[in-house]
Design a protein around this ligand. Structure first.
Ligand SMILES: [Fe+2]
Length: 276
């Protein structure tokens, strides 16, 4: 299988190690794996053996069987069905960043009323506007998961052109050029046609990171990826707790739409994400 996950084994162990405040030398001592070889594994230039995966998982508080499946490239989420939800339509927009990495933002529509919103900017307002026009949508809101430039870059332009109201979490730190942002408390609800979208505060990747939950979908930004999590830039432990409290308490068939990598579900992440 072509391996499609956003994060490889090397990314996962690097995120877990730095999240726990450990140096490569400390993990090397703990696992009895030479420091240089650990660095090579983090940089994808050395494949780990199953025995080493076990030792590293134990040292970093990761799940051994789940990490082993990813290290051996044996797991990826099943491809999502675009008709997964009878109430909403989700259109993923893939943007390529200058760095060569890609990011997803989304157009979300209430099927019955055609009310629509934009989730994140993908750092490329022109491409979002193009897609909005192509699908003949009139988005009333722009929901921002967090302030990083690949998610909120170009927000002012998108706001001016679409005249949509910007929504973010109460703790978000958006650029000052973004005027009139509505900052919501945890669990606040906003209208999307017949439906309501609930904001879930999920601090961890950034202090003001949040997710948006509607019908059978959650837009998770960089809080959780298929088989991984975002970098715990604000707090690694808060990030893991946010996922446990706000995402893993939802039904297994709820779909997760991340900022990077493939779409997944709550059930698949509970079963396969090595951070849990
Ligand atoms: Fe981010």
């Amino acid at each position: 299988m072509a391996y499609i996950l956003e994060d490889e084994f090397g990314d996962i162990i690097q995120k877990a190690r730095s999240g726990r405040g450990l140096s490569v030398a400390q993990v090397a001592r703990e696992t009895q794996i030479p420091r240089g070889q650990l660095s090579k594994m983090e940089n994808y230039t050395l494949k780990p053996t199953a025995e080493r995966v076990e030792k590293i998982a134990a040292a970093l508080g990761l799940s051994t069987p789940k990490l082993l499946d990813i290290a051996m490239e044996r797991w990826a989420p099943t491809k999502w069905d675009v008709n997964f939800d009878s109430a909403i339509t989700v259109i993923p927009l893939s943007m390529t960043l200058r760095s060569g990495y890609s990011v997803y933002c989304y157009l979300l529509t209430c099927k019955r009323t055609k009310a629509s919103v934009i989730v994140d900017t993908g750092g490329n307002p022109d491409k979002v506007i193009e897609a909005v026009n192509e699908h003949n949508l009139k988005p009333s809101l722009i929901l921002i998961t967090h302030e990083h430039s690949d998610h909120a870059g170009g927000l002012r332009k998108l706001q001016v052109v679409t005249q949509a109201q910007v929504i973010a979490s109460a703790a978000v730190a958006l650029p000052s050029e973004v005027k009139e942002c509505t900052k919501l408390e945890d669990s606040a609800e906003i209208e999307l046609g017949d439906l309501s979208i609930k904001i879930l505060h999920t601090p961890g990747h950034t202090r003001g990171s949040c997710c948006y939950y509607v019908s059978k979908a959650v837009f998770v930004g960089d809080t959780i990826f298929a088989g991984s999590v975002g970098r715990g830039g604000f707090s690694y432990q808060s990030l893991l707790q946010s996922v446990r409290d706000k995402i893993f308490t939802l039904d297994d068939d709820v779909h997760l739409f991340p900022g990077h990598g493939p779409i997944t579900t709550v059930g698949q992440e509970k079963a396969h994400n090595p951070f849990f």
